[in-house]
Ligand binder design. Structure first.
Ligand SMILES: [Zn+2]
Length: 189
């Protein structure tokens, strides 16, 4: 296609510039030789790129059947950019797709119309000590959008931090917990 166009242009120019047409016909013949060459190169390029395109399709979140699909949320992603409407696909506890009208299908679909979807908040000042076992779902935090708590504030904490974190792990809480080292308890030891 490109070569044929090239031939037409050359012949037209030969008429314009009054140069012997035979010169241009030679050039045109050469350009026609490019046609099979271009076709072969296209095939080679296609074969080289084919594995990458297949891989890309497998990695494409559009093709993934996710565990949870959140639809039509007002997304505030924490990047500092303005909010936008969109869907979020979650699989194996990780976000695998964010965008407008994702084509994923989900085991569970949540309609977030009229709701804000944002990363979990961090409550940097809590006093969880002695209350850790009361509600493993930590409903009081989760319902406020808090997914991480920092405890050990105001100088009071467990002093054996390793032991405390293993205890937290054993409870399988629905929130993340980090702790400061309380200066009062450290001094009194
Ligand atoms: Zn405090």
């Amino acid at each position: 296609m490109v070569a044929e166009l090239f031939v037409v242009i050359l012949v037209r120019y030969s008429q314009l510039f009054l140069v012997p047409r035979s010169w241009f016909l030679v050039l045109a013949s050469c350009s026609l030789l490019l046609v099979p060459y271009i076709a072969i190169m296209k095939s080679v390029l296609f074969l080289i790129l084919l594995p990458f395109t297949l891989f890309a399709q497998q990695k494409n979140p559009i093709a993934i059947v996710c565990d949870i699909l959140i639809r039509n949320g007002k997304i505030i992603d924490g990047s500092g950019n303005s909010w936008y409407y969109g869907d979020i696909a979650v699989k194996d506890g990780k976000i695998v797709g964010i965008g407008r009208q994702l084509t994923n299908t989900g085991e569970k679909t949540i309609d977030a119309t009229g709701l804000i979807v944002a990363p979990g908040f961090i409550d940097v000042h809590t006093h969880l000590e002695q209350d850790e076992t009361k509600d493993p779902n930590a409903t009081n935090f989760i319902m406020d959008g808090v997914t991480t708590c920092i405890t050990g504030n105001c100088g009071a904490s467990n002093t054996d931090i390793g032991k405390y974190l293993r205890f937290i792990d054993s409870l399988k809480l629905s929130i993340n917990v980090a702790t400061l080292v309380g200066h009062n308890d450290v001094r009194s030891k």
